[in-house]
Write a protein that binds this ligand. Structure first.
Ligand SMILES: Nc1ncnc2c1ncn2[C@@H]1O[C@H](COP(=O)(O)OP(=O)(O)O)[C@@H](O)[C@H]1O
Ligand SMILES: [Mg+2]
Length: 252
């Protein structure tokens, strides 16, 4: 049995806006396994982003708990949480959010300096990551001087600078064209094949194809949990059909 890296117990999240309660997450009990590429799907407003933000310690819970290995996130104060996030997790957003007046490599290095005392080590790792993602030539350009796909690869490099145990991504291909999107997915597949644990929200079946587990969220609850074999280039159309049929059956 693979190791559980993240776990929720009776997790609930309620937002209060203008005196009205929105129950975004309703009693979710979930285990996320180390080494898995877990994808979260579900219709708009079903609670996918809220769940991802809570799992990654960016959003607090209304009730229930989130456990990251031996760490109980609910027990951490704000300072401890931000240290936790910096060291243990990486997060890639849909809208690319690199700091506009810093170069690509400065963006990647910045969270590294906050954790690792040796600047030399951080610089070396940043160069290594940018090399892996084919961004050597773009290292010293500003985000506005490279393509959207290159910016998103830079954002992934930044998310990986502290070697996080889990990399989260909320619709990371949502703002990209199809070629750029495939490129990002290839990066994720490659990372996962080397053991990186990934949790990604997506609307896109092609993106979901990369998963070895698909969680389906409906109205704040887990309504489906499908296990797939690891992604490979062969039988992609069969894989897409399996996922499509599953989602159709779920009322997607
Ligand atoms: N910060 C917030 N304040 C109030 N309501 C929110 C907030 N964030 C999300 N919600 C509500 O919670 C529900 C789930 O939202 P979200 O997690 O963003 O869904 P998804 O990512 O699946 O589209 C929606 O009804 C949304 O309007
Ligand atoms: Mg969302």
């Amino acid at each position: 049995m693979p190791k559980v890296i993240l776990n929720t117990k009776d997790l609930c999240k309620t937002y209060l806006t203008d005196g009205e309660a929105v129950h975004a997450i309703k009693n979710i009990n979930l285990d996320i396994y180390q080494g898995d590429f877990t994808v979260i799907m579900g219709s708009s407003g079903s609670g996918k982003s809220t769940l991802l933000y809570i799992l990654s310690g960016m959003e607090d819970t209304t009730s229930g708990s989130v456990n990251f290995e031996e760490i109980v996130l609910n027990d951490l104060n704000e300072d401890q949480l931000s240290i936790f996030r910096r060291k243990k997790i990486g997060f890639v957003f849909q809208g690319i959010n690199l700091v506009p007046n810093l170069s690509i490599i400065e963006n990647v290095i910045l969270p590294g300096y906050l954790v690792e005392k040796s600047k030399k080590k951080v610089d070396q790792r940043a160069r290594e990551l940018l090399g892996i993602f084919g961004l050597e030539e773009q290292s010293f350009r500003l985000p506005s001087q490279v393509s959207g796909g290159q910016q998103q690869r830079g954002a992934i490099a930044r998310a990986l600078i502290n070697s996080p145990q889990v990399l989260f991504a909320d619709e990371p291909t949502g703002a990209l064209n199809s070629l750029q999107g495939q490129n990002i997915l290839n990066v994720f597949t490659e990372l996962n094949s080397k053991g990186q644990t990934l949790v990604m929200v997506t609307h896109d079946i092609k993106a979901a194809c990369r998963a070895d587990r698909i969680l389906f969220i409906k109205d704040g609850r887990i309504d489906g949990d499908m296990k797939l074999c690891k992604y490979s280039e062969t039988d992609i159309s069969k894989r897409e059909k399996t996922i499509f049929d599953y989602l159709t059956q779920k009322g997607w």
